[in-house]
Design a protein around this ligand. Structure first.
Ligand SMILES: [Zn+2]
Length: 121
């Protein structure tokens, strides 16, 4: 085997090792992010259950009421998505669109909540 060919193979092996290490690091990071998301989902589920329990007690709502409302909202979201009418929340003061990533209007500085708090998710 010529020296040149040997050096080329050594370089290829080295590149493959570096790519494998990079992939391993990315996979480890993805697994950590997944674990974090799973913990957040578990907390959110617990919060939803607690809120639903309180609502049921205080407003005599049934499981059927909840299922019906979920289906209504799901259908509304499907309709808005298919029509392309899902809009960013508007600033309560100047009426311009508020970025979903910020709670403050970048045009007038008004601190405000979007009309639908779930739009920020
Ligand atoms: Zn504004």
């Amino acid at each position: 085997m010529s020296l040149f060919r040997e050096m080329d193979q050594y370089r290829r092996i080295s590149d493959a090792k570096a790519a494998a290490e990079k992939s391993g690091t990315a996979a480890k990071r993805a697994a950590e992010e997944l674990e974090l998301l799973q913990r957040k989902l578990a907390k959110l589920t617990l919060i939803c259950r607690a809120m639903w329990s309180l609502l049921q007690q205080q407003h005599t709502l049934s499981e059927q009421d909840l299922w019906q409302r979920m289906q209504e909202l799901e259908q509304r979201d499907r309709d808005r998505t298919s029509q392309g009418t899902r809009e960013a929340p508007k600033c309560p003061k100047c009426g311009r669109a508020i970025s979903l990533e910020h709670s403050r209007c970048m045009y007038c500085g008004t601190e405000g909540m979007p009309a639908d708090v779930f739009d920020v998710l």
